[in-house]
Design a protein around this ligand. Structure first.
Ligand code: KG4
Ligand code: ZN
Length: 357
C-alpha cells in the first residue's frame, strides 16, 4: 500500500510516499529555518504563507522522486493537529482537495503519533537504493519519550490503537528550552544543534542547574531556562533587569561553551530521570522509543543507551527526527491496518488540543 504523507504543522513543508508503512519511496522536506534564523523563532503568519508557496512543488517533487503517479497512490495522510493553525490549514486543505480530486481515502494523523512512528521507517531505502529493512521494529508495550519544540511527553502504548500520555510538561517543551537558552547565549535558531556544537568545547560540570521538583512523570523546563538566565547574569555581573538579548555580548566563547554543555547535560539528565521512573512504573515494558526533534541530540542518544542497557531502544534515523511527512504516512498505515476508517474530506477537524486520540 502506497501512502502520500503531507506535513505542515510548524515550519517544515513536507511530502513523502511510503510503501507498507516502512519503505521510503520518496521524502521531501523544505525547511523555513533560514527565514526564521533572522527572527530567532517562528512567526506563524510567515510560516503559513511559506507553506502555501511550497506545498504543491513539494508534493510534485515527492511524486518525481518516487517515479510514481496518482494511480499508484492508495491513500493520503495529513497532519491535522497539534500545530500552528495557519500552517495546519495549508496542509489539510491541500490534502482534502487532493483527496476529493483524485478520489483517495484521507487519513488525518496526530503529529505526535507520527513522531512515534518515525522509528518504524526503514533506514535509507529509496526506490533507487534497494530497501534495507532493519532487523527489528518496536514491540508493544512501548514507552515513548517524545521530545520536540512543542511537546515533552512520556507516552505508554499497549498496541497500535492505544496511546496514553502518562507524563507531560507543565510549561515549556524541552526543545523550546534549547531554543530559548541558545538565544540567551547568542547562538542561532534552532537552538538544539547550536547548543550541541557550542557544548563540544565546554565543561558540563562548570555550572550546576537545579532539577525541577515536579510530581510523578510530569516535566517542567521554564525553571531551567530561568536558572541559566540568572547564572549568565551573575557571571557577567549584570542585574536581573539587564536586557537578556545583550548578555551574550559579555560572555567569552569559553563561557558560552561551558553554559551550553552544562545546560545540555542538565536537560538530558532531567529527561532520562523521568524515563527511568516511567520504566520502574511499567516493568512489563522492554521497548523504549525516543523521538521528536530533540531526539537528534547525540548526548541524549548516548546517555540513554548507557542508562537503559536492558531495553531495546529505538531512535528515528536523524533525518526523520525533525518534522517530515514519511512518519505521517507510516502512522496512517498502521491506523489503516488497525481498521481506522478514512475521514470525509469535507469534515477534517483541526483540533487545538495535543491529546493523542
Ligand atoms: O519535532 P520538531 O522538529 O518540531 C516540533 O514538532 O516541535 O522539533 C524541533 C525542536 C527545536 O526546538 C530544536 O531546537 C530541537 O527540536 N532540536 C534539537 C536538536 N535538533 C533539533 N534539540 C537538541 N539537540 C538537537 N540536536
Ligand atoms: Zn514535530
Amino acid at each position: 500500500m502506497n501512502i502520500l504523507g503531507i506535513e505542515s504543522s510548524c515550519d517544515e513543508t513536507a511530502a513523502a510516499i511510503i510503501r507498507d508503512g516502512r519503505q521510503i519511496l520518496s521524502n521531501v522536506v523544505v525547511s523555513q529555518i533560514d527565514i526564521f534564523k533572522a527572527y530567532g523563532g517562528v512567526i506563524p503568519e510567515i510560516a503559513a504563507r511559506s507553506h502555501l508557496e511550497a506545498i504543491l512543488p513539494v508534493i510534485h517533487q515527492a511524486f518525481n522522486q518516487a517515479n510514481l503517479d496518482w494511480s499508484d497512490i492508495d491513500a493520503i495522510a495529513v497532519t491535522h493537529t497539534p500545530g500552528l493553525l495557519g500552517s495546519l490549514l495549508i496542509g489539510t486543505l491541500t490534502a482534502r482537495t487532493l483527496a476529493l480530486l483524485h478520489q483517495k481515502p484521507l487519513y488525518p494523523v496526530h503529529h505526535l503519533k507520527s513522531h512515534i512512528y518515525s522509528t518504524w521507517l526503514s533506514p535509507s531505502s529509496t526506490i533507487s537504493d534497494p530497501p534495507t529493512i532493519p532487523l527489528s521494529t518496536p514491540e508493544f508495550p512501548v514507552l515513548t519519550l517524545l521530545v520536540s519544540g512543542g511537546h515533552t511527553q512520556i507516552i505508554y502504548s499497549g498496541s497500535h490503537q492505544d496511546f496514553q500520555i502518562i507524563g507531560t510538561t507543565r510549561d515549556d517543551a524541552v526543545g523550546e528550552c534549547f531554543d530559548k537558552v541558545a538565544k540567551i547565549l547568542g547562538l542561532p535558531y534552532p537552538g538544539g544543534p547550536a547548543i550541541t556544537q557550542a557544548a563540544k568545547s565546554g565543561d558540563p560540570r562548570r555550572f550546576s542547574f537545579p532539577h525541577p521538583k515536579v510530581d510523578h512523570l510530569d516535566f517542567s523546563f521554564s525553571g531551567l531556562k530561568t536558572a541559566v538566565l540568572r547564572t549568565v547574569q551573575s557571571a557577567t555581573n549584570q542585574p536581573i533587569n539587564f536586557p537578556s538579548h545583550q548578555l551574550a555580548n559579555l560572555l567569552s566563547s569559553q563561557q558560552v561553551a561551558d553554559f551550553a554543555a552544562s545546560f545540555e547535560q542538565t536537560a538530558v539528565d532531567i529527561l532520562l530521570e523521568k524515563l527511568t521512573l516511567a520504566c520502574s512504573l511499567h516493568p512489563e515494558v522492554k521497548n523504549l522509543i525516543i523521538a521528536g526533534g530533540v531526539s537528534a541530540n547525540q548526548l541524549l542518544r548516548t546517555e540513554s543507551l548507557k542508562r537503559f542497557p536492558n531495553y531495546s531502544l529505538f531512535f528515528p534515523e536523524p533525518r526523520f527526527s525533525g518534522d517530515n511527512a514519511a512518519m505521517v504516512a507510516a502512522a496512517a498505515f498502521f491506523e489503516i491496518q488497525s481498521k481506522t476508517p478514512a475521514t470525509n474530506p469535507f469534515s477534517v477537524k483541526l483540533q487545538p488540543r495535543s491529546l493523542i486520540s
